[in-house]
Write a protein that binds this ligand. Sequence first.
Ligand SMILES: Nc1nc2c(c(=O)[nH]1)N[C@H]1C(S)=C(S)[C@@H](COP(=O)(O)OP(=O)(O)OC[C@H]3O[C@@H](n4cnc5c(=O)[nH]c(N)nc54)[C@H](O)[C@@H]3O)O[C@H]1N2
Ligand SMILES: Nc1nc2c(c(=O)[nH]1)N[C@H]1C(S)=C(S)[C@@H](COP(=O)(O)OP(=O)(O)OC[C@H]3O[C@@H](n4cnc5c(=O)[nH]c(N)nc54)[C@H](O)[C@@H]3O)O[C@H]1N2
Ligand code: SF4
Ligand SMILES: [Mo]
Length: 751
Amino acid sequence: MRLISNSPATPVIPAFLKQHDGPLTRDLVQAPGDFGLGKVPARLKPAATTTSICGYCATGCQLKLHLDDDGRAINLSPQANYPVNLGMACPKGWQALDPLAAPDRGTTPLLRDANGRLQPIDWATAIDTFVSRFRDIQTRHGSDAAAYLSTGQIPFEEMAFLGCLWRFGMGFHHGDANTRQCMATAVTAYKQSFGFDAPPYTYADFEESDVIVLVGANLCIAHPILWQRIMRNRRAPKIIVIDPRATETAQAATHHLQLRPKGDLALYYALAHCILRDGRIDPASIERTEGFDEFAAFVKDFTPDSAVEATGIPAETIEAIARDVSEPGKRVSWWWTMGINQSYEGVRTAQAIINLSLITGNIGKPGTGPNSITGQCNAMGSRLFSNTTSLVGGHDFGNELHRAKVSEMLGVPLASIPTEPTIAYDEILRAAEDGKIKALWIVATNPFHSWIDSGRLERLRDKLEFLVVQDMYHSTESARAADLFLPAAGWGEKSGCFINSERRIAPIRPARRAPGQTLSDFRIFQLIAHAWGCGDLFEKWTDPEAAFRILRDLTIDRPCDITGISGYDHLDRAGGIQWPLGRAALQAAASVEAHSQDPPHSTERRLFSDGIYYTPSGKARLLFSPPAPMPEPPDAEHPFLLLTGRGSSSQWHTQTRTSKSDILRKLYPSGAYVEIHPRDARALGIVDHQIVTVRSRRGSMIATAYLAPTVQRGQLFIPMHYPEVNRLTHPSFDPHSRQPNYKACAVAIVP
Ligand SMILES: Nc1nc2c(c(=O)[nH]1)N[C@H]1C(S)=C(S)[C@@H](COP(=O)(O)OP(=O)(O)OC[C@H]3O[C@@H](n4cnc5c(=O)[nH]c(N)nc54)[C@H](O)[C@@H]3O)O[C@H]1N2
Ligand SMILES: Nc1nc2c(c(=O)[nH]1)N[C@H]1C(S)=C(S)[C@@H](COP(=O)(O)OP(=O)(O)OC[C@H]3O[C@@H](n4cnc5c(=O)[nH]c(N)nc54)[C@H](O)[C@@H]3O)O[C@H]1N2
Ligand code: SF4
Ligand SMILES: [Mo]
């Protein structure tokens, strides 16, 4: 059987397959049913350990993996001296090994046969099929006729490999990451305002603020360890939560502004109005901005009274909050997550927060910042390296000099680098519906559950000639729809680096053997590169750390310059490193390191302390537009507004991993539920725990009703972890970022 078609440099199969990421995965072919876990020794010897950043959320906690004599992880504990989690972990982190041993792990590639059943095949056939089908589509329909949909949850070395292979090696154009579902708004907002996608903060800012404003962010559930960091703040901070629901975080805060959904933009403009009216501004910071006069003129009309209707918040409260967030001498930090990003006007709302920080001088100093908290473990890695919205390494597709630099440094033909970024996720799906995109390659994401109006994926499935899904589990909603399934190693079974919310880069390590014939995503991309005939372009990408060095060098002279990082060991020694760390800083650090236990590069660092931004003028831009109408407001037929989001700290997204842990499963409701205000429930004759139907114009679902005064009247909340929920959501998008508006659509609820 031929595995490799065109590349002369290709090694023979067995040798190639035997290369792997770590000592544990050297021998890839195991007996069927052997999940590579072996027997856990009855009595544990004093254990060796290795460390790894947690593979769930973007907090980026470091876990210490305890190994048995064979080097297999048998247990873990949070790392006590790691500067992020300081010895803490949430339930998902503690149980992070559980999902690796699940019985529905993919152990061999699967191909759909003539009868429509997925049948096991070997890797050689899988890679041959992959290459011949994509090549055929490219030959018949051109390079725009296929796309990939990827993730924020694999190491950035793998993301970069995928993005470079697809565009520079295989010659396709379109491919987006699931960061579009999650972070596109923050990316666009920062890029437009600061000239680069640069969240400016460090986690120490949680501990050094006097006023902490959490906007559409439910830290207690979604980033529990960041909430613990707030609890370490000794300045007795005011904690203001702005959320339509009385979330766990809102209940634990000092103040809760329970605003009307999507009232944010009106609220922040009204706050700016009060601050400017009262002159509670920082002239030096405003000096470092562009567009101040226009912004001041724009917010003149946004009086607190004018914002009452949109926000549902009394004018006196708006005045009081305006004073809180502009108190001279007080450090104010703003933190936002999906309550802002996932909106049809998310970019301008994020920028309204950025503007408040800029006019009050709350940026570049301890305890301040307009701070977007990221979601997935490697959302930040995806933003810099995935080659989707920006050219790999923090570059721009549209910039000729950047393209020339990437071409030279990666050794790829200049002509292979597109002059524009990909079309966005929703545009890819539209192109598939229109028959222009014929094939999709889905890697480490589960859009048949997670994408907005997910029924759309099922409907367009039949229009696709070829669907490849590359995942840890063959059982995901997306994998079950695939023509070809490629089994991938997951966190705990491979190496690479994640970048957390505060821009901290740190490695993950293999400590379990991946089951069956599973390969790391990195290896799968290598095999495809060789079989496609572009293996020589990636000759130097021999393993994740080699790729790391290539990508590191590529960041030179960019705001995210990490040329000062020597390698994974350096990252380990330093407790992770926040970008930027250029070469000059490394040299300075190296000499200090010889004399000190605390090299400067291991300390916390924030951006913009010099007031210089990454725009051509060096100034930040104040950007704004009038609030837009909600795309699908409730009406007589669908009288409720549906909010969606995270349900518990023990559930992760589409639950492919967390549902595999016996312990985590005990910590959340197994079936879909909907939270409804008790008075609304009474009016509809719905009692607690009753089974109800929730219906939108797109579809309907069955759920258990939970009567909860935490939601406002006229609103419902359903966690995103249950596959039915995105049958309801309305496919509307922010016009600047194309991020989906997941948190507002009209529904009806009936007993
Ligand atoms: N346990 C757990 N933790 C996770 C995840 C998980 O699946 N499970 N996922 C991770 C990922 S990828 C992400 S992106 C983050 C998400 O983290 P968060 O954004 O904190 O979580 P969500 O629950 O999606 O949304 C936050 C809040 O936005 C509110 N909201 C809705 N509409 C509005 C509005 O119009 N204005 C305002 N101000 N608020 C609004 C919702 O009521 C909700 O409480 O969590 C990460 N952490
Ligand atoms: N209604 C609603 N929908 C939402 C949201 C919401 O708030 N409301 N939030 C959105 C947000 S912010 C996000 S981030 C998305 C998340 O949406 P998804 O990315 O679809 O969610 P996950 O369940 O994390 O999917 C990751 C997949 O990758 C697989 N996987 C894990 N590790 C690896 C690996 O190393 N290699 C490979 N090949 N596969 C791996 C997992 O098994 C899983 O199938 O959901 C979005 N959807
Ligand atoms: S807070 Fe996030 S990174 Fe930390 S243990 Fe929990 S899921 Fe992992
Ligand atoms: Mo996310």
